[in-house]
Design a protein around this ligand. Structure first.
Ligand code: DNO
Length: 393
């Protein structure tokens, strides 16, 4: 497997390429976060980014993400220009040899947590999704109609108690945590801003968003095929509807739907073990075996789930997913590809997220993306992979 590392780019990531090179990872996962959603990624900007990455002795292996514009997700109006722009960005990337492209189809929000620095038993901190806090946000701060029905009654009650005791600072911190998943230069919303974004999704349920997703795939997959681009949809995080928004990439069945919507190698999956792993019925090693040939990219991390829907990011080898078995499944897939003579026999993976450990606490990290915590994850997963390779040799 090819070791990669997510870098947010010049000016956005406090961790430099020189530090990343020292982790031993050889590939970079990058995006032009400064380009507004829906606009073309110019060839010049891509060439320049590639030059910067290569100057550090690294390679730009994966794009994460080439964002899908909200209007595409909503199926709003004439989308031909947005589709054309997406195709043009893919073509510009492919012309520079960057052909693995991760994206997601989550409405409005990307990953969502309620605590960005939740203490773990060791004194490190992790990202956590606490069901009662999310309920407090949705039911009492946002006052969203119908939100109560999405949570267990005792979770709503705990949310009410939290809300009633909360200070304006507590509420601002919760809103800030929930907005932190929006990458790069994307707008963060306040309560009113979020309400107006949510209103744009009125009347859009799972069927509608699936139809819009299919329309997007129809518009871009044939071009991706011609370009040799491999699109890799990322799972919903958390893998459930949130804020009443329909999400359709949460379960193994959902992944099968996406891959079946266009039966092409160009239409593939980012196997994010943390996002899919927060779903009660997803079995990650089984998913890796089932979808193997269409997995173009893997995010390896772990979660520990609670019965009320809460979860936190566990250390990479702890938590609910058997990381050793998952790595084994991915290595088996690589062996299968080698036997088949597939040129993309090596699957890029990155240690996804990490605890904040030691000096990480003093740095201004992108939430979830500290240096030492991710290095711990990378080193552990690297050890598992080496051991499995050795045993299989
Ligand atoms: C979180 C990431 C996601 C991911 C996007 C892909 O840390 O895994 O933000 O990059 O959802 O489009």
């Amino acid at each position: 497997m090819r070791e990669t590392w997510r870098w947010y780019g010049p000016g956005l990531d406090p961790i430099g390429l020189g530090d990343i090179a020292q982790t031993g990872a050889s590939g970079i996962v990058n995006a032009l976060h400064e380009v507004p959603y829906g606009e073309v990624w110019s060839r010049t900007a891509i060439t320049e980014r590639k030059r910067v990455i290569e100057a550090a002795g690294l390679t730009w292996d994966v794009v994460e993400s080439l964002p899908v514009h909200e209007r595409i997700k909503r199926g709003d109006g004439d989308l031909s220009q947005l589709f054309a722009n997406y195709r043009q960005s893919m073509a510009n990337l492919a012309a520079e040899g960057v052909t693995t492209i991760c994206y997601n189809f989550m409405p409005i929000l990307d990953w969502t947590r309620t605590d960005l620095q939740s203490p773990t038993a060791t004194g490190a901190t992790c990202l956590r999704f606490e069901a009662y806090r999310m309920a407090a946000f949705e039911v009492f701060m946002l006052e969203r109609n119908g939100a109560e029905a999405d949570y267990l009654p005792q979770v709503v009650e705990r949310g009410r108690v939290w809300f009633e005791a909360s200070t304006p600072d507590d509420r601002a911190a919760l809103l800030g945590a929930i907005m932190s998943g929006l990458p790069g230069a994307f707008d963060r919303y306040d309560i009113d801003g979020l309400k107006s974004q949510l209103a744009l999704y009125d009347g859009i349920g799972h069927d509608e968003i699936r139809a819009n997703f299919k329309r997007f795939l129809d518009a871009v997959v044939p071009t991706a095929e011609e370009l040799g681009v491999k699109l890799a949809v990322h799972a919903d995080d958390p893998p459930r509807d949130i804020l009443g928004l329909p999400r359709v990439v949460s379960s193994a069945q959902d992944a099968a739907w996406v891959l079946g919507a266009h039966d092409s190698i160009a239409n593939g999956l980012t196997l994010c073990s943390g996002s899919f792993g927060a779903h009660p019925t997803n079995d990650l090693p089984a998913m890796a075996r089932r979808f193997g040939p269409r997995i173009h990219f893997a995010h390896l991390r772990n979660v520990a789930k609670d019965p009320d829907g809460s979860f936190e990011e566990a250390a990479h080898l702890d938590g609910d997913t058997d990381m050793v078995d998952l790595a084994k499944a991915l290595l088996d897939e690589e062996a299968r590809r080698r036997a088949e003579g597939r040129p993309d026999s090596q699957i890029p993976f990155r240690p996804d997220h990490g605890h904040e450990i030691a000096f990480d606490h003093d740095r201004d990290n992108v939430p979830g993306y500290p240096l030492i915590g991710r290095l711990r994850g990378l080193a552990e997963v690297r050890g598992v992979i080496r051991a499995l390779e050795h045993a299989g040799a």
